[in-house]
Design a protein around this ligand. Sequence first.
Ligand code: ADP
Length: 569
Amino acid sequence: MNSKTKRFWSRNKRFRLMLTLELAVMLPAAALIYLNFHHVKSIKRAKKVEASIHRDFQYMLADAEKNINDKIYAMIEEVRNILPDPDSDADEKARKLDLILSTHPWLAHMFLFDADKGLLFRSQPQRMSEKYFQHEHEWLSEMYSGWFGVEAKMLCDVMHKKPRPISCYTDPIKREGNDVVMTTAFFVLPQVPKDKVVLGGISFEPDYLNQTFFPENLEEMVAQKLTDESGYQLALSVFPSEREGEYAGNALATSAGWGDGKPEVSRNLDDVFRGLAMGIRFQGTSADAIASRWVQQSILILGVLSLLMIGGLVLTYRSVSKEMALARLKSDFVSNVSHELRTPLSLIQLYAETLELGRITTQEKKEEYYRIIRKESERLGKLISNILDFSRIEAGRKEYDLRETDIAELVRNTLDTYRYQIEKSGFEFETSIESNIPTMKLDREAIARALLNLVNNAIKYSADEKFLKVKLYRTNGTVKLEVVDRGIGIARRDQAKIFEKFYRTCDPLVHNTKGSGLGLSLVRHITHAHGGEVEVESSPGRGSKFTLSLPLTEEADREAYVIASGAGA
Ligand code: ADP
């Protein structure tokens, strides 16, 4: 398979993988997110959050009304059970009623009506000195006496039919020119036979209801019962229900934190406190604001999820591409290496056999064959060393033997060994090795291998202009080893990648040249192990310059400076 078809298949494979990923993961996730967006929008449009809050509020208010009614009925029952016998003496009854009034300061007025004996109407004795209260007493006793005279029988009949023989009315009255509401309960007496027309009744003190009963109960309900599930604090109020329960800002009582807002939901009370309404709201916020916040939060979360999903796809795409590229490089590597091993081996075999057969007679020819065998075994050796080094590095077992070394001598010796070969293959070969370089701690073999890999690449990847220069010099606390060629060069986008394992560029010359893609990754590993860096400067068609920078210790650098300036003086 040629490289073009290989790349087509690998690209196709990647495409298939991405398609699967998109169909199996992205599409359902995107659909889910879209549906959620849609859902949130429709919830916002239909004001569903507000509606559900309001529904909950209605339940809470119904509960709250039942709660205060139960309490009021318990109070009424308490008094109803201790009323005096209607048949007892009139003074005795008045005395008893006064006693009940003074022991129950939450009562304003009490009365007993007997069709035979008329109305006995008593008011809170401590307050009878107040003028307006006296008026209230007179006016109410007159009104009830007139009313009961006409309707007591009917009232008794109605009450006997009810499961609880009590009727309550809450009516507005004037007190010293102020509007207040007064709650009055009428009832039949427990011990009186049904055929007798006897009625009892009590009026609650408006001040007690507004200042004590309502505030305490509202507070208690807010604290114990009515805390919204979402954790928002609630507030309750009781106010006269004007115009269909609309709130006119004139609450009779509120729980703490009501502020001066309107109720979120209100309910007209329709039993004991008919004529009043109860309102509920959030402390310091509204259902509208909560709904908007909820919508905002949902959209934000969905937005973040979408971004994460896109980010995830990009990352997956990149890592899949990387993995597939690596897999391709690995398979290229295997075929390259096998090829590289086979070629010198078959050459060695061929020439050795020819020599063995004794068919070669001239000494010159023999020497040429020996040289070819040596050269090919050297190439084989270098390749095997690279592969061994690489596998040690991969396994994390590569160790460097760092010893004080004269790097100038090392570079000179290494190059001298190959000088003849380099020049023989038509290269103009220049070396420039500074003499004032101090000894440094190096692994001789590793640095020589790095240099040879660079020199080998310069030779392999030079086409028309065969030029090679190796330069060793010291600068700014580092020793630099440069290998320069005027070969095919390396495109900018490949310059960082060529140091990765197995990586080879797409240049046709590179493809026609054998290689494993390991050389430069070894060079980089070796340089890093010496605390140095490797860099490349290159432009396609013009050549490349590889530079190894190896750091000098401070001491060695100082010494070298002294030597250099001494030599200069
Ligand atoms: P190999 O030479 O075995 O392919 P290397 O790791 O030594 O592997 O090099 C990696 C790649 O870098 C080469 O395949 C080639 O594409 C590019 N390269 C290395 N050195 C040079 C150079 N001097 N000039 C041009 N390209 C080079």
